[in-house]
Design a protein around this ligand. Structure first.
Ligand code: ADP
Ligand code: MG
Length: 339
């Protein structure tokens, strides 16, 4: 039977009679985005698209590792000792990322950019390039040396950050979530209260659908080998709620018989390999859902559940057992949403 996750309170006005689901889609941040909202007709599509694109463009201009002129890449390329006042959004995400790096003892690490690039998950060379080979131990050790997030001096009050030298920030595990939050907030400012925002699989729902139902979303279930039971389907009511899922079955590559997922353990320098098929996190803010799903994936099931419990995080872990079957673990905050 489908597991249904619903927030404790469903409140607020219902969309007016005659409202219908409006939809816009596009591409940004190397992925696709989609926004649904309740409105009478398509009259505001141009205005809404412009607002969405402005927010996504801002995140790209500040936080992309694909754009050499982004504020993030300019910080990454700056010589040791360079002090910079960061733009507001970048500073906000950096503060959150540094907090989670401390809280997760480095399982989530925004300063892991050198490692991300080395394993082919940065702009170039990509793991998909012909002839790409995973790095050897010496290269990993060399890259690890530049990944200490505590070496970065950051003053949240003045938004000034100091490049310690060779440190490469990578916000790919948190920026999409932040982009979702920004888009939803901007739509709220335009008077659009009933909306479902998605960027690259990270989602945030606010208000209700025109039919008075919450924005229902089905969590993607990891693939399972033949002969094994599929994990239980899970449906979430995204009412003032975000969901993000990290999974080993997307964007992973096979090398020498090993599956190398794009979540890296910055403490060892290696791709994570402890059998988590996916971790889904529900949170009021998409930035946190996005970042926590990576943090918990890297931590692994046992340490990840403990970490999520300590911070009251609603998470669903799907573990690939040695015999090939999938087992699920829900944290207590997630159990509460399941009723
Ligand atoms: P997922 O949907 O699987 O969470 P994301 O795209 O949100 O994937 O994040 C994966 C990206 O995050 C990687 O491509 C890499 O750039 C970055 N990353 C990988 N490992 C870590 C880590 N331990 N801490 C922070 N960022 C990471
Ligand atoms: Mg993520």
């Amino acid at each position: 039977m489908t597991r249904v996750l619903v927030p404790e309170q469903i409140a607020g006005a219902v969309p007016w009679l005659g409202a219908r689901v409006q939809r816009l889609r596009g591409e940004s941040m190397g992925t696709t985005w989609q926004v649904l909202w309740a409105d009478g007709d398509a009259a505001r599509h141009d205005e809404v698209r412009a607002a969405i694109e402005a927010e996504l463009d801002l995140v790209v201009a500040q936080m992309s590792t694909w754009l050499p002129t982004s504020d993030l890449e300019r910080f990454n390329a700056a010589p040791a000792g360079t002090r910079r006042a960061l733009p507001e959004a970048l500073a906000e995400v950096l503060a959150a990322a540094l907090w989670l790096a401390d809280a997760s003892s480095g399982a989530f690490n925004p300063a892991a950019g050198a490692l991300v690039n080395l394993w082919g998950f940065g702009p170039a060379p990509r793991y998909t390039d012909p002839g790409f080979a995973p790095p050897d131990a010496a290269a990993v050790q060399a890259a690890l040396a530049g990944t200490d997030w505590r070496a970065l001096r950051f003053d949240a009050a003045t938004r000034e950050a100091t490049q310690p030298g060779g440190l490469r920030l990578d916000f790919s595990a948190i920026a999409k979530g932040h982009a979702v939050d920004r888009v939803a907030r901007r739509l709220g400012e335009l008077g659009i209260a009933h909306t479902l925002v998605e960027v690259g699989g990270e989602l945030l729902g606010q208000g209700l659908r025109p039919d008075g139902m919450p924005w229902w979303v089905d969590l993607e279930t990891p693939p399972v080998g033949s002969g094994h039971a599929r994990p239980r389907a899970t449906r979430v009511a995204l009412h003032g709620l975000s969901v993000a899922t990290s999974g080993d079955y997307r964007r992973a590559y096979l090398h020498g018989g090993w599956r190398l997922p794009h979540s890296l353990d910055p403490r060892t320098g290696q791709p994570v390999a402890h059998g988590l098929a996916s971790v889904s996190v529900l949170h009021a803010e998409c930035l946190w859902a996005d970042a926590w799903s990576t943090a918990l994936t890297v931590a692994g099931r046992e340490a990840g559940v403990a970490l999520a419990e300590a911070h009251g995080i609603a998470a669903l872990f799907v573990q690939r057992e040695p015999d090939g079957c999938l087992t699920e673990t829900l944290t207590s905050a997630m159990e509460r949403l399941a009723g």
